[in-house]
Every structure is written in structure tokens, then in C-alpha cells.
Design a protein. Structure first.
Length: 412
């Protein structure tokens, strides 16, 4: 039996939230990297140029260091400027020559220092201009990428009608934009076909099942029907009801996978309360106590789908519980910019290695594609799909002593 190849590791996630309008100023974007590259290259070139100019100037001044004249003993010193204060009238010719040589050397050093200082200021100004110019040019070059990114973000928000339609020269960015637009066209056609299929399947599957249920209910309402037919009718009615639940679950699963739904503010506390109200009668019949604390936790999403998450989790917690003194606890809260719904319950001990199997369609704990009076095996699959469609996730953990802790986290 061939070994299964390992799954490729997922790429590292960014340390910042792409949907957050306030992004880190020092985020290592391509624009900043290009700016540093352009500015760094100019800075290196400027340093090299400054060094060459300094060396050439120093060599030129050193070559002219020798005095172009020499005072003789009979010469008379006449001061015309105070640039060499050590030069006096009472100096001999040799002393005056030494003083002049020292003054010229000092003036050469002052000239070199002044040249270096002025050159450094000029280099600093040119570096600022170079970095600003590089930043502006990098932004101009990368502006098509920003447009592509904004369009991709809008498409990720379930708006498949958006297109980039980039104008300009036929370069690599234009080719990338056209390829992305073609991909969006194919995705839109695929999603449209899927939505059309779901709508048609919803009508074609629900109608005959509804007709069958009506006929069976009419037949069962006949008091003169034989007992055998009554029992057969009840069996067929239960089978029809199970088929209706299966069809409804599959359609809801397909709808949540599309991620194309209108988003509005929804309070998870209200969603949890409505789900508990719908499950309370079943919980009382099974002797299961439902309790909890509901803090306000508003998210952007579809209220019907989010209510289905809570309903499926609470129903599973009630149905897969212990026969006596069982309980289900439901809490909602907000923490770290996320809305959290937690459903925990008593129940049979669940091994940690069985957790992953619970999310698969038509699978239950230690069962697979088997009949059960506890559902059709789609509840957790639908809940996970809806959570993903809202940008969140569901984590299941075995509870000490038996049962599970289901934690739903959704972005606020």
C-alpha cells in the first residue's frame, strides 16, 4: 500500500490583519523595500563620490603645499591680512618661512574640513531627495498592484462582479491583471451555476417530499385504515421527514459554502437564546438542563445561518448526552476582537483522535453513514461551513468526565 504523501505546509500568516484599515507603518511592503533599495544605492554612490572628491582635493592641496617664495634675510615682512597671526615684523627670514609654512598647512586642513562638512550636508540633502523620489517612483510603479489587491479584497467579500480592467502598457502587471480578470469571470460563472443548481434542486427536491408528506398525513388521518397500513404509513412518514431534513441540510451546506449572503449586525447572545428556545422542549423530554450566560457579542453576518450554528450545536449537545442529570451550558462573550460562542455538555467520553471525524458529513462518533434518530449527520458539517463563511472557526475539545466543549470564534 503506497504511503500517503505529506500535506504541504501552509504558508505563514501575516502578522497584521489585511482587513484592518490602520496598518503598521513599518510593515515590510514592496514599496518600502524598493525605496530602501533605490535610496541605499544612491547613498552608496554618494559616499563613493564624496570619498573620491575628498581624496582628489587632498592630493591637490598637498601638491601645492610648497611655498611659492622664500624670504631672504634682507627681506622686509609686510602684513596684508590677519590669516596668519604668528607672522610678525620682528621675525627673521627662517622663522618667517617656518611660520608661513605652518599657516599654509593649517589653512589647507581648514579648507579640507570645510569641504567635507559642506559635502556631507549636500549628501544628506540629496539622500532625502533620493529617498523621497524613490518612494514616489515605487508607489507609481506599484500602484497597479494596489489596485489588484483592492479588487481581490472586494472579491473576497463575496462581490464577484468586480474587475480590475487595468489600463496602460502591456507589461507584466497588465498581464497579471488580465489573468486575474479571466479567473474572476470563470469563478463568477461557476458560482452562478452552483447557485442556479441549488435553487433548482431546492424546488425539485422539496416539492415531491412535501407532496408525499401530505399524502401520508391524509392517509394516517383515516380512522378506518387497517393497522398494518397505519404502521406502514408512520414508517414512511418518518422516512420522508428524514429525507426532508437531509435535503434541507445539504442545501444549507451548499449555500454556506458559497459565502454569498448579505451581512448585517447580528448579536450572538440573541442567536443563542433563540436556538435554546427551539431546543428546550426536546431537552426537557430527555431530562437535560440548559443553562448559560449571554453577554452581547455583535458580529457582521447572516442571522439565519448564524442561528443554524447555535441550533445545531445545542441540538447535538442535547441529543448526545447522558441519560440522567445531564446539562448543556451555552455562553457568549467578546475577547481580543472576536465574538465567542461556547457550547459545552455532559455526555459520553470522546477520545481526542475521534474529534476530526465529527466534522465530516454523514459521520458520527464511532458510526459512519448509519441510520439514527439523532439527525442526519450534517449538523457539525453545516456549523463549520457557516463559521468559515463568516471568517471564523469552530474548535471541539473533549471535556473532562465526558462530553464536548464547542468553541465558535467569529471576527467582530
Amino acid at each position: 500500500m503506497a504511503a500517503t504523501p505529506p500535506h504541504p505546509s501552509a504558508p505563514p500568516k501575516p502578522t497584521w490583519d489585511p482587513r484592518d484599515p490602520v496598518r503598521p507603518l513599518l510593515r515590510p511592503t514592496i514599496r518600502i523595500r524598493l525605496t530602501l533599495l533605490y535610496g541605499g544605492m544612491f547613498l552608496i554612490a554618494g559616499v563613493l563620490l564624496l570619498s573620491i572628491i575628498y581624496l582628489l582635493a587632498a592630493q591637490a592641496l598637498h601638491s601645492g603645499n610648497a611655498l611659492p617664495f622664500k624670504l631672504l634675510p634682507e627681506s622686509t615682512i609686510e602684513l596684508t591680512a590677519n590669516s596668519c597671526p604668528a607672522l610678525r615684523h620682528d621675525l627673521s627670514a627662517d622663522q618667517a618661512n617656518a611660520v608661513l609654512k605652518e599657516c599654509f598647512a593649517r589653512q589647507r586642513e581648514v579648507a579640507l574640513d570645510d569641504l567635507l562638512r559642506r559635502s556631507l550636508f549636500a549628501l544628506l540633502g540629496l539622500s532625502i531627495i533620493a529617498f523621497a523620489f524613490g518612494y514616489a517612483m515605487a508607489g507609481r510603479v506599484l500602484s497597479p498592484l494596489g489596485r489588484i489587491t483592492r479588487t481581490a479584497r472586494q472579491v473576497a467579500g463575496s462581490d464577484l462582479t468586480r474587475r480590475i480592467e487595468l489600463d496602460g502598457p502591456d507589461d507584466e502587471l497588465k498581464e497579471l491583471s488580465d489573468t486575474f480578470d479571466e479567473m474572476l469571470d470563470r469563478l463568477q460563472r461557476a458560482f452562478t451555476a452552483q447557485q442556479r443548481f441549488v435553487a433548482n434542486a431546492s424546488h425539485e427536491l422539496r416539492t415531491p417530499l412535501a407532496i408525499n408528506r401530505t399524502l401520508l398525513e391524509v392517509h394516517l388521518s383515516d380512522p378506518g385504515a387497517p393497522v398494518e397500513l397505519q404502521q406502514l404509513g408512520k414508517t414512511l412518514l418518518a422516512t420522508n421527514e428524514r429525507s426532508e431534513q437531509l435535503v434541507e441540510g445539504l442545501l444549507l451546506l451548499a449555500r454556506s459554502d458559497n459565502q454569498t449572503f448579505e451581512r448585517k449586525p447580528v448579536d450572538l447572545a440573541e442567536v443563542a437564546t433563540r436556538a435554546i428556545d427551539q431546543t428546550r422542549a426536546e431537552a426537557e423530554s430527555k431530562g437535560v438542563e440548559i443553562r448559560g450566560e449571554y453577554a452581547e457579542a455583535v458580529v457582521q453576518g447572516n442571522g439565519v445561518l448564524l442561528e443554524r450554528i447555535a441550533l445545531n450545536l445545542v441540538q447535538n449537545a442535547v441529543r448526545y448526552n447522558i441519560p440522567e442529570d445531564g446539562w448543556v451550558e451555552v455562553t457568549t462573550e467578546t475577547a481580543a476582537g472576536q465574538a465567542i460562542l461556547v457550547v459545552s455538555n455532559t455526555g459520553p467520553v470522546v477520545p481526542a483522535y475521534e474529534i476530526d471525524n465529527l466534522w465530516e458529513p454523514f459521520r458520527r462518533l464511532r458510526q459512519e453513514r448509519t441510520g439514527s434518530d439523532k439527525g442526519v449527520g450534517l449538523g457539525l458539517s453545516i456549523a463549520r461551513s457557516v463559521a468559515r463563511a463568516h471568517g471564523g472557526r469552530i474548535i471541539a475539545e473533549p471535556r473532562e468526565g465526558g462530553g464536548l466543549v464547542m468553541r465558535v470564534t467569529l471576527p467582530i
